[in-house]
Ligand binder design. Structure first.
Ligand SMILES: [Zn+2]
Ligand SMILES: [Zn+2]
Length: 253
């Protein structure tokens, strides 16, 4: 089992201390996670202590502890992000879109706005950014692929049509998609991505990984066994882990 989407400092809720890292790794053991990857938001770059994670990891030889980053994809910021990525030996980078232009659409305060605009247009704008992110060459994993559904504003057009170009870009650029179980705890009340997108991805042979998007230690591994079961039912035979930007296969048969 793997959980590659874990936020050590959350939204700056705590510091990157040895004790806090241990709390997460203890929970990984309890949740029977073999490979755990920390991927804090790039927004908090100055608060991260990535070498400390590697150091504390050496106390847990039974765990494969990875260091990643969840980076916002923002048009025009590709160069500065690439410099950030180059400055540390990351195992993987999650590319996420939480903003359309300068609109941070996933904040609870933005819920109403999702219902005050054309949903097809909203989804199209969002997936156009995911497509660009996939083509940027910066990322190894696409974070919460259909985050735009967060408040349960659904498009009129089939989401597979609206997402088609983003899916093609993911396939063409060799990216991995996570099942992110955190969506269940948002108004939409389901994992990202939804089942029909998972089926489409499976058909396209896009590889999968898993992430709880834990922002606190006790959430590490949450619902991941269920997510793994969904993939198994779809006929997926392996999950993808990462080490130094290279994929590692985990058999789920
Ligand atoms: Zn995110
Ligand atoms: Zn996250």
């Amino acid at each position: 089992m793997i959980d590659l989407h874990v936020h050590l400092i959350g939204h700056m809720d705590r510091l990157a201390t040895r004790e806090n890292i241990r709390d997460y790794l203890e929970q990984a053991r309890i949740s029977k996670i073999r490979q755990i990857g920390f991927a804090d938001h790039d927004l908090y770059w100055d608060q991260l202590d990535l070498p400390l994670i590697r150091e504390v990891a050496s106390e847990y030889p039974d765990l494969q502890v990875r260091v990643g980053l969840e980076a916002e994809y923002s048009v025009g910021q590709e160069y500065s992000l690439s410099q950030m990525i180059k400055s540390f030996e990351f195992d993987y980078i999650i590319g996420s879109v939480h903003e359309i232009g300068d609109w941070a659409f996933d904040y609870p305060s933005e819920e109403r706005a999702h219902f005050q605009q054309d949903s097809d247009e909203l989804y199209s704008k969002y997936f156009a950014l995911v497509e660009k992110a996939a083509c940027s060459g910066l990322f190894s994993i696409v974070g919460h692929f259909d985050l735009i559904k967060i408040f349960n504003a659904r498009p009129k057009t089939d989401v597979r049509i609206l997402a088609a170009r983003a899916l093609e870009a993911i396939k063409d650029n060799g990216l991995v998609v996570e099942i992110n179980t955190n969506g269940r705890y948002k108004p939409v009340n389901e994992f990202y991505p939804e089942i029909k997108l998972l089926e489409e991805m499976k058909k396209m042979e896009i590889p999968f990984t898993l992430g709880s998007d834990a922002h606190e230690a006790k959430v590490v591994g949450r619902d991941l066994w269920e997510a793994r079961g969904i993939l198994k039912t779809l006929g997926v035979k392996e999950l993808i882990g990462f080490k130094k930007q290279r994929q590692e296969l985990f058999c789920i048969e």
